[in-house]
Design a protein around this ligand. Sequence first.
Ligand code: BT5
Length: 323
Amino acid sequence: MNRTRRSILRALEAGPASGPDLAAAADISRAAVWKHVEALRQQGFSIDSTADGYVVTDTPEYGSTAAIEYGRTAPYQVRYYDELSSTNQRARELAAEGAENIAVVAGRQTNSRGRLDRPWQSPDGAVSLSILLRPDRPPAHAPLFTLAAAVATVDVARSLGVDAAIKWPNDVIVPENPDAGYGGRKLCGILTEMEGEADRISWLVVGIGLNADIDAAELPDNATSIRSEIDGPVDRGETVRAMLAAFDQQITTLDSVLDAWRDRSVTLGMPVRVETHTDTITGIAEDIVMPGALQIDTGEGIETVHAGDCEHLRPNDRHNDSL
Ligand code: BT5
């Protein structure tokens, strides 16, 4: 979407706006304003011409940059694509072109990836979102942005009525037993990629795959979706806008993100088994420490794990795992 159309849309968000006012604000002719308004109508906006000026009476739900940007409060420019191989891949290309503060959104992805290049399923109905940032932080702080995305996703899912929580390090799940927190079905995965110099991140891409308006039957075993949890449809446009706002809020208070993560995690206090590249560590998850490492009490001491796959064990599973 070009800058003029974006500014017209912004003006319409604020209420009725007359053709001459829009023309003056954008420094274009009234005929050009009319063309932009027509183009927005083509994209699914209902725009009435009233005595007070143009008024938006209905917005398209999804399927265009304008639809997602309308009502957005967070400072990220949206780029929407019906289909991409991977939103992270597209965001990396934009990073190479020097862009920043962009939210790449895809209707569906054909080759999306999780950690260690694992396949990630993003059929139509998913929220597939990658946020490109250039934070003034050292590379070692990059995992904090993953935590911020997990916190933001939990808050949005809960606001939609889903009993979501975080499983270390980057899964948002609906626990099988919310009090005990074991097992659980995965609602969202997060993949952060970055390029940095010794003391500063050059760019960072936080990729979020949220199973939103999809039937869980279309997803892998052990996955769930907002739609299946609340048994109703999900407005993806509103979900993306809420995600961007919640993420932005978390990264503006990044130094307190560990506390926010602790409040929403079901991993802490649980018996866990964590597979790292080289090892399997079993014990009680005690705490999360900078910049997102899990401390596990193995019974013989505290082990600090920076990356790995974490499984929550049922309380009596522990006895099978010589703790
Ligand atoms: C993740 O990896 O959980 C990170 C996933 C990040 C995906 C987003 S979508 C937007 C952006 N663009 C990308 O290309 N990627 C990001 P990991 O922890 O490795 O988990 C991957 C595992 O989750 C797979 O091996 C499957 O078992 C499972 N899985 C695949 N698709 C799933 C889905 N839609 N819902 C739940 N689980 C899924």
